[in-house]
Design a binder for this molecule. Structure first.
Ligand code: FO1
Length: 323
């Protein structure tokens, strides 16, 4: 009898998370990967249902992502956006012509009553993505950012206002009534699940919305598989996006330790960048096993190396908790 395929669950949102996701998928022996993806960024725009983090991951894994931006599709054209501008419509959110195909397919399917999980699986098949992409919920959850301008829906804060307003608070509208996606509980109970990885995504607006789905954080913590996070902060700065700016606005120290403290007891292990190796002891003082390894992902090989290091670390954390 052959052994069941090793399974890994990775929580991700945004471009930083998708980089590690690609590294995992391109390892020589990735096993069966499931990505649990933030949908708090989703919104309705020009009548279309847009799921930016799902699409960033789909396109990245399909080798379809725009290499300059990390979001949207490669070989893109912008004729529709140009026509929208000529007709005086909103163009602050840039939808390319090829990207529009995804939004049209998704919007029609959702309108016909197909759950987001099923539409996402359909899009993954269409783009030849073999790994499983699970939205964090089939229910609608919207990340709302409280700012001096008032409450802003996530894309209005992130893209339209370019993350400039000070963040006074974050809430996840609809999360109290949301349910975990089908299949997640079975995965968490599967003995073949070797580990749970939290990608170096923004903890406050990419990972927290996932953990806010009722029962989800507790289910991850209760799983026999170890939970390991990769720090999105290197030497006090985020590689991309507003993580460090948000930390300054929240008045918390802008370093990798703060992120480990934020995830707290959920974590069995934590990975910091080699340049932050001096923080390992501080993380371990929180009761979390920590390791330092290169986490900056500039090339595909960097991504694969970090994925391999994360899986090796998951194995060693799992062996030390079992002994
Ligand atoms: N990000 C931008 O900064 N500007 C855009 O115009 C923009 C358009 C866009 C279209 C489709 C899509 O799937 C993503 C898009 N993003 C854009 C990225 C996205 O809004 C953010 O990176 C995420 O929501 C943050 O994780």
């Amino acid at each position: 009898m052959t052994a069941p395929r090793r399974r890994i669950l990775a929580l991700t949102g945004g471009v930083g998370g998708a980089k590690l996701a690609l590294g995992l998928a391109r390892m020589p022996d990735p096993g069966a990967l499931t990505f649990l993806v933030n949908t708090g960024d989703d919104f309705e725009h020009l009548g279309l249902s847009i799921c930016p983090d799902i699409d960033t991951l789909l396109y990245t894994l399909a080798d379809e992502a725009n290499p300059e931006t990390g979001w949207g599709r490669r070989n893109e054209s912008w004729r529709c956006l140009e026509a929208l501008a000529e007709m005086g419509a909103d163009t602050w959110f840039k939808l390319g012509d090829r990207d529009l195909a995804t939004h049209l397919i998704r919007s029609a399917a959702l309108r016909a009553g197909t759950p987001l999980t099923a539409v996402t699986a359909q899009l993954a098949r269409a783009l030849n993505v073999e790994h499983t992409i699970l939205p964090m919920s089939d229910s609608r959850i919207a990340t709302i950012i409280d700012t001096p301008l008032g409450e802003l829906a996530f894309q209005h804060y992130f893209v339209r206002e370019r993350c400039e307003p000070k963040v006074l608070g974050v809430r996840f509208e609809g999360s109290a009534a949301a349910r975990m996606p089908e299949g997640l509980e079975a995965l968490l109970a599967d003995p073949a699940l070797a580990g749970i990885l939290i990608c170096p995504s923004n903890p406050f607006v990419s990972i927290d919305p996932i953990l806010a789905v009722p029962g989800l954080r507790a289910a991850l913590a209760a799983s026999n598989a170890p939970v390991v996070a990769v720090s999105p902060i290197i030497q006090g700065a985020a590689i991309k996006g507003p993580t460090a700016k948000m930390m300054a606005e929240m008045d918390v120290p802008r370093d990798a330790v703060t992120v480990a403290r934020h995830y707290g007891s959920l974590l069995d292990g934590y990975i910091v960048d080699t340049s932050d190796a001096h923080l390992v002891a501080e993380v371990e003082a929180l009761g979390i096993t920590a390791v330092a390894t290169p986490t900056l992902m500039l090339t595909l090989q960097d991504k694969i190396n970090l994925a391999q290091a994360a899986l090796d670390f998951l194995t060693s954390v799992s062996e030390s908790t079992a002994s």
